[in-house]
Ligand binder design. Structure first.
Ligand SMILES: *Cc1c(COP(=O)(O)O)cnc(C)c1O
Length: 439
């Protein structure tokens, strides 16, 4: 651990040469904690006794570092977070990237800079994770759910066009399973109607669309590094990106409008409102991330190509097995223009060719010990929409594809690094269940 590299410029940790520092950063963090973290992150394997013996050796070696270590280094928003942000900017080819607590926080920042105010409308697909719409709801905006493309489950630009009104401020396309939505059509609509685009790229870190990295095509994009995503920052994390000049203010938007670079008279900092499209707004809270999360994310970024490649191979394998099996509609794969991150395998049935539908299929597959979770249910089905006064029946009627695919056609199969045995077992049993459902 590097002891001397404390952030001396920041008054909160002005430990420089003073006799009595105001705060000794991480004074309670020491080698013992590090050992516990390793124990937690690399849990006991099958042979507990052998593992514990070997770990004891590691533990002793690490604890020897006590002799040369004093305090932990700065733990929140410092050099590693900056390094990560630089790396991400370079990787994605964007001007601004800001490491935040999660993708949802990034959506909120994007919406606020886009000038969303109470009563404004935000269009999202009907099928997505609920957090796509939660910042808009929280801001008092009206969420307008657009129908989905039945093949990809991504937002249908034609339905977006029908649902744009003079109050529409933002469109939020979602990369379901990592597969890009029709961004050309979305961007055209946005431009024609002076609407901002905030991309929900929670599944899409490392994918691309027509030569541009997924999540960097609209005005704002936000990625998730939650533990179930392809890449994770120790359980939680997000990065919000933009090429808009307001990206300069991302760090203030991340942390309560705090402006340390321009302190007011006789005080240590300033707190500022942020300038979005159409005026000033107050920053939404504290979305700061930790240095340790940044360290882990930097490490995982080195493996990103391999992570995506393994998932892609697994998807290709499943497609090769499902090809020509009557009743199965396989997952869309990459094309010259489209690179998915293969977060999820989108599996669909053609119920016209089968007895029963996805509900029967899920039951059959579940009985064989293969888990599949149909991310996600159409949002109009959840209680809060009705509780917040939305006419969910009318919304449902306006999203026939979302309703049909949800009830009858789709589920998601996992693509993480499964063993060959698991992959084959999954493919064999999917095919068997579908065969049993043949008419
Ligand atoms: C996971 C997920 C999110 C939320 O990401 P967080 O980092 O947990 O905020 C948003 N949208 C979709 C589609 C997701 O799957």
């Amino acid at each position: 651990m590097e002891k001397e590299k404390k952030a001396k410029s920041d008054f909160r940790y002005a430990t420089g040469d003073v006799k009595v520092p105001w705060a000794a950063i991480g004074e309670n963090v020491n080698i013992d904690d590090v050992v516990e973290v390793i124990r937690f992150l690399i849990p006991t394997g099958e042979d507990t006794v052998r593992y514990n013996e070997r770990f004891l050796g590691v533990e002793e070696e690490i604890k020897k570092l006590r002799e040369t270590s004093r305090y932990a280094t700065k733990l929140s928003l410092a050099d590693k977070v900056k390094e990560l942000e630089e790396e991400v900017k370079e990787f994605l080819g964007v001007k601004y990237a800001c490491f935040v607590t999660n993708a949802t926080a990034g959506f909120g920042i994007g919406l606020k800079f886009s000038g969303v105010k109470p009563g404004d409308e935000v269009i999202t697909p009907a099928i997505t994770f609920c957090s796509t719409i939660s910042p808009a709801l929280e801001m008092g905006a009206k969420v307008v759910l657009a129908d989905v493309d039945p093949r990809t489950l991504n937002i249908d630009p034609e339905d977006v066009a029908r649902k744009i009104t003079s109050k529409t401020k933002v469109i939020m396309p979602v990369y379901i399973g990592g597969y890009p939505p029709d961004m050309d059509a979305i961007m055209r609509l946005a431009e024609e109607n002076d609407i901002a685009v905030v991309e929900d790229a929670a599944h899409a870190f490392g994918g691309s669309y027509k030569g541009k990295m997924s999540g960097t095509i609209g005005h704002f994009g936000s990625y998730s590094f939650h533990e179930v995503k392809n890449v994770n920052a120790l359980g939680e994390g997000g990065i919000v990106v933009t090429n808009e000049p307001c990206g300069e203010d991302f760090p203030k938007a991340r942390f309560v409008g705090f402006d340390i670079a321009h302190p007011i008279e006789k005080w240590l900092y300033d707190v500022v409102a942020l300038k979005g499209k159409g005026g000033y707004y107050s920053a939404a809270g504290n979305h700061s991330s930790t240095e340790i999360q940044a360290v882990v994310l930097l490490s995982q970024m080195k493996r990103l190509t391999d992570i995506i490649e393994i998932r892609k191979k697994n998807a290709e394998y499943l497609n090769s097995r499902f090809e020509g099996v009557e009743g199965i509609v396989p997952c869309p794969l990459d094309t010259d223009e489209i690179k998915s991150t293969y977060h999820l395998y989108l599996f669909q049935l053609d119920p016209d060719r089968l007895r029963g539908d996805i509900q029967d299929f899920k039951k059959g597959l579940g009985e064989r010990g293969v888990t599949q979770v149909p991310h996600f249910a159409p949002l109009y089905r959840f209680s809060y929409m009705k509780q917040l006064g939305y006419d969910t029946e009318a919304i449902r009627r306006s999203c026939p594809n979302a309703e049909e695919v949800f009830l009858h056609r789709f589920t998601h199969l996992p693509l993480y690094p499964l063993t060959q045995e698991q992959l084959e077992y999954m493919a064999d049993n999917v095919i068997e269940v579908v065969k049993e459902m043949r008419k």
